[in-house]
Design a protein around this ligand. Sequence first.
Ligand code: GLN
Length: 485
Amino acid sequence: MSLWKKGLKELSDLIQSKEVKPSEVVSAFVERASELEPKINSYVTDLSQQAVEEAKKKDEELAKAESIPPLFGLPVAIKDNISTKGIKTTCSSKILENYIPQFDATVITKLKEQGYVITGKTNLDEFAMGSSTENSAFFTTKNPWDYTRVPGGSSGGSAAAVGAGIVPAALGSDTGGSIRQPAAFCGVVGLKPTYGRVSRYGLVAFASSLDQIGPITRKVEDAALLMNVIAGKDPRDSTSVDREVPDFLSYTGKDIKGIKIGLPEEFFVEGLDPQIKEIVLNAVRQLEKEGAEIIEVSMPTTKYAIEAYYIIAPSEASSNLARYDGVRYGYRAKDYKDLEEMYSKTRDEGFGAEVKRRIMLGTYSLSSGYYDAYYLKAQKVRTLIYQDFMNAFEKVDILATPTTPDVAFKIGEKTDDPIQMYLSDIFTVSVNMAGVPGISIPCGFKDGLPVGLQLIGKPFDEGTLLQVAHRYESLSGLSDKFPGE
Ligand code: GLN
């Protein structure tokens, strides 16, 4: 089998046993990228050539080394809102178009300690605000299964690259669904860890109480492998949590007998495409045959998740994005008569329409007189959503839902209708609001386009998600499916 069809873990085993060299692995993906990247446009900064050179150095190190870490010599792509020292980190925004960080995000430091090879920085919706990559200031990434459709967003570049086999794994970030929704649209695995599980140090902040970095991979075991590396307390991020990090790989391969899986009735209602519903329920029935117990649950407040999210996330964004003022970072307007005009012109010219919409929404919700009516109320709803999850988890171990209400939509289909765009996250945002972990894995196709099954877990129980996801994956065989074959 061609090397580019293999997952991270399989490649890791081949390098560990010295059956293949890092340069062979990296070249296989770079070759695949040279064919498909011009069609898909997943990279904002394509580092393929640098990766080939880097991999050759790894070959030499490997020849001398007695033992190497699991990710040694393996190619990984990074979403372009994760800071990489000496490499442009644009957030797909004009305002950071030429910004080169002077430091690495903690997840990057950890990957470097493993000896990974970066293949490129991937495209996203500007500052991770969006669901399609159409909000990128540079270009729209195409879905590898159908070039007329979006790859999802905001980690669309990462998901499209993995889906196309350009790279075996990538990092994304998820504030309201940005790892899981594009993973579902591109037919790959995407895991949003528990809030606090992975350090956010060096992740460009969008909504700090919701943002998490996580893996987008071809196979479930690859997500486990990456989690083993990136999870853990970081003194540089006070919201990261000091919890034991288990060996996530040890959960893959276990049976699922007796695991209780909840089906929240609110996630199977109108708005969900009937074919998607059938495909997802079919997947759940397969898990039942494997010995899982299926239990219906109700989570009545989750239906307000989108409304509350679109108060809380923009509020935090309006504050986080205040730092882009033309003084310290990136772009500055050319002509201005005084400081105030410099600020306002810089921000007017530097930010795209969706980012401006969020800043205005957020500023409005936080202003005196509206704070109680909007921001505070949304926070109360958030607490109720959290309680819904905790009540459900008294009865079940995990929850199963569709990841998205439908498959990847056409490029341009929702750009004029922000509400329709926001609704594509209807099944993912409540997971961020509650801070719990969620994974999306491929569970079938509708009209040739991938469908995602979302599994949601208890706080810090990514292990059980990986266990059930892995079981399903080995039954379905879907991780071996590539577009165009
Ligand atoms: N699509 C959602 C939004 O636009 C979520 C984005 C994300 O998770 N970064 O805010």
